[in-house]
Design a protein around this ligand. Structure first.
Ligand SMILES: Nc1ncnc2c1ncn2[C@@H]1O[C@H](COP(=O)(O)OP(=O)(O)OP(=O)(O)O)[C@@H](O)[C@H]1O
Ligand SMILES: [Mg+2]
Length: 354
């Protein structure tokens, strides 16, 4: 059995993206004007983690029409105005800008290049919800308002976000140039996860096979965590487990054996995104008997302000550690739904953070 390890890498783009036809054709439709030298429609791709947002956008950038100059920016890595525009410069010129270049110079070089080449600049801002609000507004505005500085410059922006309410953070000045078409990426259901994992196994293992019991087990776990990425990680580890013992058939035992270590790797990744206040709220949500956010807030006994508490709730929801929903009961009340078994989450917190 030969394992093509790269097939399980985070940045692997599958040959065929399943169950995302709707989203892909909507993005393509929005980009259509740019194929004719006009400004494309701006977009926001919204959905929980591991729903294919990055994969779809990278796939589309890879095969964009020649009149579109696509630049992909990961806002998790590029977190300042300077870094983001450096990256755009690099995308256009193919080399990094000279050190010490002023922002004004950087900006106008970008605008002029777009016009010279007769191309439309299309910037994908991935994980854009990780940018501070002010920076988010400034960056989007600067990219889209370029034509005020260099005539006939044309551009479009696609923001990618796990926070569905990101447009609430946009100022009216930004909205005046950025009317995004919102494209939703729902969580995959069990069958979809199974089929995607099956394809991945076929692409990644040559001269061997992953048994359907093993695949089913992995898809069940991925579905339980509502996280396809976790499933792909499990699949890879199970395959490596079989490879290590020289077997060509990956069996359910291989997947079961690596579940515990994979699970703690899964939690480590999400929990590492939390500050100590956030961990405190998380632990409270997983230990209190209350469900309503109002009660939960009161129980924290003034350890933090109301706004802060709700910001944290929203962050925990974005990270899919909890869900929230509203219910009409003497007025509208929001309540918290735990995504994981309490013991499981609390022991991960204990193990990893204390
Ligand atoms: N429709 C699909 N077909 C095949 N593989 C997919 C599909 N959707 C997602 N994947 C795989 O699942 C993993 C997560 O996908 P991706 O990184 O695109 O998610 P995302 O929505 O950008 O998540 P996040 O918000 O956490 O960044 C990747 O390994 C990707 O290859
Ligand atoms: Mg992504």
């Amino acid at each position: 059995m030969i394992v093509r390890y790269e097939v399980f890498d985070e940045d692997y783009i599958p040959e065929e993206i399943l169950f995302r036809d709707q989203q892909m054709s909507r993005v393509a439709f929005n980009l259509k004007p740019a194929e004719h030298g006009s400004r494309p429609m701006n977009m926001l791709c919204l959905g929980p983690p591991a729903t294919g947002k990055t994969t779809v956008m990278r796939y589309i950038l890879n095969q964009a029409h020649q009149s579109i100059r696509g630049v992909y920016i990961n806002c998790q890595i590029h977190q300042t105005k300077q870094q983001i525009f450096f990256k755009i410069f690099e995308g256009l010129y193919g080399y990094i800008p000279p050190p010490g270049i002023s922002f004004q110079k950087l900006y106008s070089s970008i605008l002029r290049k777009g016009v010279e080449e007769g191309q439309v600049l299309f910037v994908v801002l991935d994980d854009v919800n990780l940018l501070p609000e002010k920076l988010l507004n400034e960056v989007v505005y600067l990219i889209l308002k370029g034509h005020e500085e260099v005539e006939s410059f044309k551009s479009g922006v696609a923001g990618v976000s796990t926070d569905a309410k990101i447009s609430a953070l946009l100022e009216s000045k930004t909205l005046s140039v950025f009317h995004p078409d919102e494209i939703l990426f729902p969580v995959y259901d069990f069958d979809e996860m199974y089929r995607i994992l099956e394809r991945r196994a076929e692409a990644g293992v040559i001269g061997g096979k992953v048994s359907s019991e093993a695949l089913e087990f992995i898809a069940e776990k991925a579905y339980e965590y509502l996280d396809l990425r976790f499933g792909i990680h499990l699949l890879k580890m199970a395959i490596l487990n079989a490879e290590r013992s020289g077997r060509d058939l990956v069996e359910i035992d291989d997947a079961q054996n690596i579940l515990d270590t994979s699970r703690s790797a899964f939690f480590r990744k999400i929990l590492s995104a939390l500050g100590s206040d956030e961990v405190e709220v998380l632990v409270h949500l997983y230990t209190s008997r209350s469900r309503y956010t109002g009660d939960l807030y009161r129980e924290m006994k003034g350890k933090m302000g109301y706004t802060k508490f709700f910001e944290i709730i929203r962050k925990l929801e974005n990270l899919r550690l909890i869900d929230t929903a509203v219910k009409y009961e003497k007025g509208l009340r929001r309540y918290v739904i735990r995504r994981f078994r309490s013991e499981e989450l609390l022991s991960a917190v204990d193990e990893l953070l204390r």
